[in-house]
Design a protein around this ligand. Structure first.
Ligand SMILES: NC(=O)c1ccc[n+]([C@@H]2O[C@H](COP(=O)([O-])OP(=O)(O)OC[C@H]3O[C@@H](n4cnc5c(N)ncnc54)[C@H](O)[C@@H]3O)[C@@H](O)[C@H]2O)c1
Length: 488
């Protein structure tokens, strides 16, 4: 068993039995080490790093009020398993933090995970490793899962939450990649590039200008003005386009863009319509026969959002009738599970061959966000999230977990500890906690809940060794406890 200072309530017993997990904290304090404090990790940057090993305290130059890096007291033993060839930037960042990192290029099977996950405090995966309930049941020390990708379907989020394990992903690191792909598609559609290129590959010389246009001065309609839609807006204006957008929220326009009063208005005036809405019940079938008919004759449709947003048979009809001059599609209602010849066929989507036959159609295999840069950013973002959660307890950005953060402990506060208490969201839970910590000087405290799980962060100052041990033991034994950690 690790001597990390955390206790998870096990399904079969109220707390982990055995040697006190507190010994390292006491040892640390006996050695009169300063109690380290938190420094926010800025996106894209690693926190200050020790030259070797794991520093107890790293100061930001400046006043005594500067925040200090807060670390688990027994950092040497934090073990992280990274699978599926996650970005080397993340591997480097985590090793520089002093964590013990085991890196593997492939995914692990459920059996392999069940037999080895018990050794690790954190795991980093991409889309092929399945974190099932069985795996979580075997993960006695696991604190956090980092999905180095967009989706989290491969993780049983409920099983993770029940064990107090936070799950992080990186939903927006590839926004720029998608926005740039759309710019490419706008040019390709306006100039019929896909068709000309296909003809040349078959030896056909077809030099035409009819029906080919510049983007300059054309109106781009963006549906969904979020991370991708708003970036696209800026890029399109730089190409000399005008931008109109539709969103369910009233959003501030960037540049000279303007928000349309309705989707119908946007569809009726835009030369190009690009979809950037999430997959929701309201966006399912959002662009069907009626909406396609509302689009300007000779306009183009681009879908890099989700396959369910567009009714593709209706789109095929709009292309056949020449009401639409072309389309670019990156996402489909059903997508092949793996790469390979013949993977995209009528067996998967009954209209596949019909769409393939239409002119000025660009079809791509869900590559909107697939760039080296996006992978690197995902590595930084998820790597930071893991560091933040392990070192400081901050759970902002977790997908299955209440999002809680509190301001850093400063250099001056030399005898402060941070309590990270994951618990069942049940009546009396906070009363029990406050009975334990209420006698002490609670500098700050924040709590939130998400469905059945709640999470509390609290900083306590001026505590003695015996106080700390008492707080830890008593919190671990509260009826609502799922996982108690102490950071110093
Ligand atoms: N093709 C790819 O590889 C790829 C990569 C990344 C993201 N995506 C997809 O792109 C889409 C947008 O991503 P994002 O990061 O910009 O998301 P986002 O959450 O930042 O933005 C979505 C926007 O859509 C708006 N919206 C929600 N419902 C709406 C509705 N019914 N009508 C109009 N607007 C609505 C929201 O208010 C928000 O502003 C998502 O579906 C995502 O899955 C695809």
């Amino acid at each position: 068993m690790t001597n990390q200072a955390f206790t998870r309530a096990m399904p079969s017993s109220p707390s982990i039995q055995g040697e006190s997990p507190f010994s390292s904290l006491l040892a640390l304090q006996q050695a009169s080490q300063p109690l380290a404090q938190e420094i926010p990790i800025i996106d894209g940057q690693s926190p200050p790093q020790p030259a070797h090993g794991r520093a107890r305290s790293v100061s930001i130059p400046g006043s005594a009020n500067a925040p200090r890096v807060l670390q688990p007291f027994n950092t040497e033993n934090i073990r992280i398993l990274l699978l599926e060839n996650v970005s080397q930037g993340a591997v480097k960042m985590l090793r520089e933090q002093g964590f013990e990192v085991d890196f593997f290029t492939g995914a692990w099977s459920e059996e392999e995970l069940v037999s080895k996950i018990g050794d690790y405090h954190a795991i980093g995966i991409r889309s092929k490793t399945r974190m099932t309930k069985r795996v979580f049941d075997a993960a006695h020390q696991l604190l956090v899962v980092g999905c180095f990708c967009i989706g989290t379907n491969q993780v049983d989020l409920e099983a993770a939450s029940k064990r107090g394990i936070a799950v992080f992903n990186s939903p927006f690191a590839n926004s720029r990649s998608v926005a740039e792909l759309v710019i490419g598609e706008l040019v390709c559609l306006a100039r019929q590039l896909a068709d000309r290129s296909m003809e040349m590959r078959h030896g056909t010389w077809n030099k035409v200008s009819k029906g080919c246009y510049e983007l300059r001065g054309k109106l781009l309609g963006i549906v969904g003005y979020g991370h991708i839609g708003s970036q696209l807006s800026v890029l399109a204006e730089a190409m000399g386009m005008q931008v109109i957008y539709h969103d369910v929220l009233p959003l501030m326009p960037l540049g000279s863009a303007r928000q349309a009063d309705s989707l119908e208005e946007l569809l009726s005036v835009a030369d190009f319509v690009s979809l950037h809405v999430p997959e929701l019940p309201e966006t399912r079938g959002m662009i069907g026969a009626k909406e396609l008919a509302q689009m300007k004759p000779g306009s183009y449709l681009i879908n890099n959002a989700r396959g369910s947003v567009v009714d593709i048979p209706a789109l095929i009809e709009a292309l056949k009738s020449k009401h639409l001059a072309g389309c670019a599609i990156d996402v489909y209602p059903r997508e092949p599970a793996k790469n390979g010849e013949g993977a995209f066929s009528n067996e998967l989507n009954e209209w596949a061959s019909e769409l393939q036959k239409q002119s000025n159609v660009i079809m791509t295999p869900h590559i909107g966000g697939s760039t080296e840069e996006a992978q690197r950013l995902i590595g930084i973002e998820v790597g930071n999230a893991l560091c933040r959660y392990i070192n400081f307890g901050g759970s902002i950005g977790a997908v299955n977990f209440p999002e809680v953060n509190i301001r850093p402990i400063t250099e001056q506060e030399t005898r402060s500890i941070r309590i990270c208490y994951v618990h069942h969201n049940q009546p009396g839970a906070l009363l029990a906690v406050n009975e334990i910590i209420g006698r002490h000087n609670v500098d700050k405290q924040s709590t939130d809940s998400l469905k059945e799980i709640a999470y509390l962060l609290a900083d306590i100052s001026d505590v003695s060794e015996s106080d700390i041990q008492d707080i830890y033991m008593r919190l671990s034994k509260t009826p609502a406890n799922i996982l108690t950690r102490l950071l110093s």
